[in-house]
Design a protein around this ligand. Structure first.
Ligand code: MN
Ligand code: MN
Length: 453
């Protein structure tokens, strides 16, 4: 066999997992990335994302489209189509962050501070001494809802959780395990430092309360009925001399939500298509806005009603059973400094395209949605036919750790579900890294799925 013949045979028989840039339409990829950067810079909470998507729906929806919102934190975009069942792309729009406690404000050592309670799987040390912005809602006792967003504008003040200086951290931090060195109860946010003249005790705290009352009309008790979160006050930026990557807060999983929304509006679909965006994935998908809630059933019931079909128990079940789902979530790309946590032949790589993950979970596939070979085969065919750059990806070595997505909560309805989304470097950090190429291929993959039979 000649060298050429061997190469030809390798091309024909081997699974190729390679870099997508050399064959990419760079202009389209870069243009798409700009609209994503605008979205990800504005949507830093689930509520802000729902609001953004709703506004976009008003501008871009077609005549058979409608949406359903759940408590301002979940949204489903629906385009009615032929037949029974739907093509569903489901993502989550919450992200790891720092929440405030319900009685947050206190004074210590003449500084006013907020107590916090972190949300989701974070490495605590990453959140000290970075600029944080305060986002959320405060519901006053008269029912009035006050929106809060401070720390994003260049003229706004910023907020910081102060770490300990290295000169004095030997015993308290340096000699400990990382997990123990940074305590949740020490993650307090500095919010003020100037005392009110006439007060003696807690005069700095009182001054902050006075400012909050003047600006938002709130009193201290109003914090009890508030959802206020701290998010990185960092703007999305191109990363690298060649600008191929995007650093931003909240790629996980709003990058998938964005791609599903774009695919939804652009798709030339025949079947009923749905872009579902849910809350609470980062803390287990529980609660009335998580993937375990009944919201999806409410959406299906609305679809059946609008199609003139009785939304009874049997029809809802049959409709779900006839549906196909991409569980749209991110994967962990190989970080060159920490290759050892991956097994190279089944890991996903930045710039190698959208990732198809047959199962998630941990250990012996515990807690996994293990998609069937038939369904993975169908999705593979759809992607290949649409010239989508895709790869497979298992989250780390067996027994190295693991993680889950909402896939298994969707699969309980007897739908075919497989995980599919881009791979990130530094997932769950305040400034996650995504690839522009993978972003665009994810959009192409979702659009091809919506347009498939
Ligand atoms: Mn996720
Ligand atoms: Mn996550």
């Amino acid at each position: 066999m000649t060298k050429e013949e061997a190469k030809e045979l390798k091309d024909k028989l081997g699974y190729k997992n390679d870099n997508g840039w050399l064959k990419a339409d760079k202009d389209s990829v870069f243009e798409f990335a700009e609209s994503y950067k605008s979205f990800i810079g504005q949507c830093k909470t689930e509520r802000e994302t729902v609001k953004f998507v709703k506004e976009e729906f008003e501008k871009r929806s077609k005549k058979d489209d409608f949406f359903v919102v759940n408590r301002g934190k979940c949204i489903a975009l629906v385009r009615l189509g032929d037949g029974f069942g739907m093509k569903l792309i489901a993502s989550h729009i919450d992200a790891p962050r720092i929440d405030l406690k319900q009685s947050p404000l206190f004074e210590d050592t003449e500084l006013a501070l907020f107590h916090t309670h972190y949300y989701g799987g974070i490495k605590k040390y990453q959140w000290f001494n970075i600029p944080l912005a305060i986002h959320g809602v405060i519901v006053k006792s008269n029912g009035e809802v006050v929106d809060v967003c401070i720390g994003e504008d260049d003229n706004d003040p910023t907020f910081v959780i102060p770490d300990l200086l290295p000169h004095l951290s030997h015993k308290v931090q340096d000699d400990k395990k990382v997990k123990e060195a940074f305590e949740a109860e020490k993650m307090n946010l500095i919010v003020g430092s100037i005392p009110l003249d006439e007060e003696e005790k807690d005069a700095v705290k009182l001054n902050v309360l006075k400012i909050l009352n003047e600006k938002y009309g709130i009193v201290e008790e109003d914090f009890i009925s508030a959802e206020i979160t701290l998010v990185p006050a960092l703007k999305p930026k191109d990363l690298g001399f060649d600008r191929g990557l995007i650093a931003a807060y909240g790629h996980d999983d709003r990058i998938c939500a964005f791609c599903s929304k774009e695919a939804f509006f652009d798709a030339d679909s025949k079947k009923t298509i749905v872009a579902l965006m849910v809350d609470k994935e980062e803390i287990g998908s529980d609660g009335n806005t998580g993937a375990k809630s009944r919201f999806l059933l409410d959406v299906v019931i609305e679809i059946l009603k609008r199609k003139g079909i009785s939304p009874d128990f049997i029809n809802v079940g049959e409709f779900l059973k006839s549906s196909e789902v991409l569980s749209a979530d991110v994967n962990g790309a190989v970080n060159p400094m920490y290759k050892d946590v991956h097994e190279k032949d089944n890991a996903s790589y930045i710039n190698h395209g959208v990732v198809l993950t047959k199962f998630t979970g941990h250990g012996g596939k515990y807690m996994a949605n293990d998609a069937s070979a038939e369904f993975v085969g169908k999705i593979r065919r759809i992607f290949n036919d649409a010239n989508v750059k895709w790869q497979i990806g298992e989250l780390g070595k067996v027994d190295e750790g693991g993680g889950g997505t909402i896939a298994k909560y969707l699969a309980v309805w007897n739908m075919d579900v497989v995980d599919c989304g881009p791979s990130l470097i530094s997932m769950h950090s305040p400034y996650e890294i995504a690839s522009k190429l993978d972003l665009f291929e994810t959009y192409k993959a979702y659009k091809a799925f919506y347009e498939s039979d």
